[in-house]
Design a protein. Structure first.
Length: 428
């Protein structure tokens, strides 16, 4: 029997193909073990840890969270067959750790806010809103490295039962550690869960670096940044803003594709990630967008669609968003109603129908969404501002083809399926 060496290929994982044909990434035994060892510094892992498996096991994140991690670090994995049922499974499992993509955190955030908005007792509603705000304030103070004033800490401690009760509505009252990754997220959503008592942070990685390669230890999180490089990994930004990585987590190459391998890993061993980012003086990375997904307007301006999209999704009515404008003279957006919060909002504003299709055409809803767009535009440069939008009722899902199995937006598919609608926003 031949001996397995650390540098041997452990697995071949095909990329999601959001920016081109899928490629088989060869990750080694050494890289997998190295990555899992590196994650131990991030949180309090223990053999009684409980997680939920819902991401595809054909992808790096699913394997890292549900196979490699538990085998190496311990814990129990509960399988959820459908990501849309995650909240129902969390209510049964009560996970102690939850690593997920932004779409899931956005839905959990929307569900909790919808629940708060629907509280009939004004005093109880005010108490819950006060507990959330107290948590946000304490989180901000701690991230600035300052001591929390005694009175503020006391108010935060007294509100602990309220926060725990709120988290119990989605099964997260025992979740001590959480991570978001794979796509940009509104830092306000991270702060929301941190304020409720979950040690949440943002991480970054890709299949070509075995999965995660930047993250933050508990107590060293900076919202809006995806952390700093794992020990032993080198990171820099190229002249055009692309993030480059070098070190033990870099893949062995693409399976039977030497040309693509050479295009991705240069002669000095630097892996070109395809992401545009910034590294601050303390080594924290901020991802701006995918290099191939940057919008270049007809006027030659480079614009990050992800930055526009998370500003739009900050409003409770908007569940999904996609900014458009490549080779166009202004920015437009396709917006999708949030199926959880839109019916609640409609009820609160005296709109009798709860049909998403009816709501997507209701004048009152359209006026509110226009206000949301106007609010987002206040935080954007003039060239980035959304000039027109179309509100859709049908959700983008992996089953309908607009999302990958790991919940990433397939921009090309959205563009193709909504070509006529997009053209209408530029007519005239």
């Amino acid at each position: 029997m031949s001996e397995v060496r650390p540098d041997d290929v452990a697995t071949v994982i095909y990329t999601s193909g959001t920016t081109g044909p899928p490629k088989g990434v060869m990750d080694t035994h050494a890289a997998i073990v190295y990555m899992e060892e590196g994650t131990q510094r991030l949180g309090n892992y223990s053999t009684d840890m409980r997680g939920i498996s819902y991401l595809p096991l054909a992808h790096a994140t699913g394997r890292a969270l549900d196979l490699w991690g538990p085998l190496q670090l311990g814990g129990t994995v509960h399988f959820c067959p459908d990501p849309l049922q995650l909240i129902q499974y969390a209510l049964e499992v009560h996970p102690t750790v939850l690593c997920s993509v932004p779409r899931v955190w956005e839905k959990l955030h929307a569900a909790l806010l919808a629940g708060v908005a629907a509280i009939p007792d004004p005093q109880m509603k005010a108490a819950v809103e006060g507990a959330i705000e107290a948590g946000r304030q304490v989180t901000r103070i701690r991230q600035r490295g300052e001591d929390v004033p005694a009175a503020q800490q006391d108010a935060y401690d007294r509100a602990a039962p309220v926060r725990r009760s709120l988290l119990s509505k989605v099964g997260l009252e025992e979740c001590g550690y959480a991570v978001t990754g794979a796509a940009p997220i509104d830092p306000g959503i991270i702060e929301f869960f941190q304020g409720l008592g979950i040690a949440m942070s943002e991480a970054w990685g890709m299949t070509e670096v075995t999965c995660a390669t930047t993250a933050s230890e508990e107590g060293r999180v900076r919202n809006g940044k995806v952390g700093y490089a794992f020990p032993g990994m080198e990171m820099k930004v190229a002249w055009d803003g692309e993030v480059l990585m070098r070190g033990p987590l870099v893949m062995k190459g693409y399976y039977k594709d030497e040309q693509k391998t050479a295009e991705t890993i240069d002669a000095d061993g630097w892996l070109h990630t395809g992401d545009v980012g910034e590294i601050d003086a303390d080594g924290y990375l901020k991802i701006i967008d995918r290099k191939k997904e940057l919008i270049i307007t007809s006027g030659g301006k480079n614009i990050s669609p992800a930055n526009i999209e998370y500003l739009l999704k900050a409003h409770e009515l908007i569940g999904q968003a996609m900014a458009i404008g490549d080779r166009r003279n202004y920015i437009t957006a396709l917006l999708v109603l949030d199926p959880m919060t839109a019916p609640v909002w409609a009820m609160q504003h005296g709109i009798e129908t709860s049909s998403l299709d009816d709501l997507a055409h209701h004048p009152q809803v359209l006026a509110e969404v226009q206000r949301a767009v106007d609010q987002a535009n206040e935080h954007l440069a003039r060239v980035e501002q959304v000039k027109r939008f179309v509100l859709l009722a049908d959700q983008w899902t992996p089953e309908t083809g607009e999302l990958t199995p790991s919940m990433k937006l397939k921009r090309r598919a959205v563009l193709e399926r909504n070509a006529d609608t997009i053209d209408s926003m530029y007519a005239g």
